[in-house]
Write a new protein. Structure first.
Lengths: 170, 170
């Protein structure tokens, strides 16, 4: 399926110079959405994933149905203060200042094979933080999966040593 | 399946006096997560839903796989400024002040049959705002669906005239 034709490119969002890849036209097309999730699931299944981990909020839109399709659990990674039980956290750098991502300490088992999923791989900062959280819990990152990869931002270089899977490239 | 046994109740989160219903133990159990989504999908299917709409962020964790299971599109409702294309919005009251939810103007067709989904029905404020957005676009709310309903908060009364479906009640 031609997923790229269903992604809307919006110039200067959220700020001047950024060309935003809007996946909502694909999401609202039931057949396309299902085909995208199914294609990711099919390519991930041979790796034997036992859980999908996704960062809020767009990571939930890919990670949650992917977990459902694979028949495994979904583990949310959230901004600081959103998860109610005991967490581990990582700080990550923003353009100005820092932010923090968290995961529940009991979310994954040691050695559990995990897929980290997000809508888009840009510079790789968010997914790198997500991977650090997974590894802090002693789980194993079997692959990272994205709907879109912005190859010119070279996020893949930040994920050296990890299996990287994307459906649409710019 | 006994979904309630997989929901963790956390006292005094996010503030004193609130008893938070943590669904992450259920989400991370692949069989339970799938069974919960499948049960919602099975009960919704006779209503002929053509799209699922969910508010960020926990609404994505239920709404997105529910859309996948039903084979229909998923439409995100987001906080102000997150959606990149033209939106319609509603204001809703918080304990102190106001916040705004948005939906893309082209997200739904007139007359389209929609399920609005969230993890939890409490006082009904968020889902009522989500319904208003759907109806501003001329679409039809066929049902609202939740993993959990806090019956003592009487959110159902705010949804009078709408079909309300929940898997677990407190």
């Amino acid at each position: 399926m031609d997923f790229k034709s269903m992604i809307r490119v919006i110039p200067d969002f959220p700020q001047p110079g950024v060309s935003f890849k809007d996946i909502t036209p694909l999401l609202k097309d039931g057949a396309a959405y299902r085909a995208a999730i199914d294609e990711l699931a099919e390519r991930l299944r041979p790796l034997g994933p036992e859980a999908v981990v996704g960062p809020e909020a767009r990571g939930f839109v890919i990670g949650a149905p992917l977990a459902y399709a694979l028949g495994v659990g979904f583990v949310p990674v959230r901004k600081a203060g959103k998860l109610p039980a005991e967490t581990v956290s990582v700080e990550y750098e923003l353009e100005y200042g820092y932010d923090r991502l968290e995961i529940h300490r009991d979310a994954l088992r040691k050695g559990q094979r995990v897929v980290v999923a997000d809508d888009l791989l840009a510079t790789g900062g968010t997914i790198r933080s997500t991977i650090r959280l997974v590894e802090q819990l002693g789980a194993h990152v079997a692959a990272s999966a994205f709907l879109i990869e912005l190859t010119y931002l070279e996020g893949r270089a930040k994920l050296a040593g990890y299996h990287v899977l994307s459906l649409v490239q710019y």
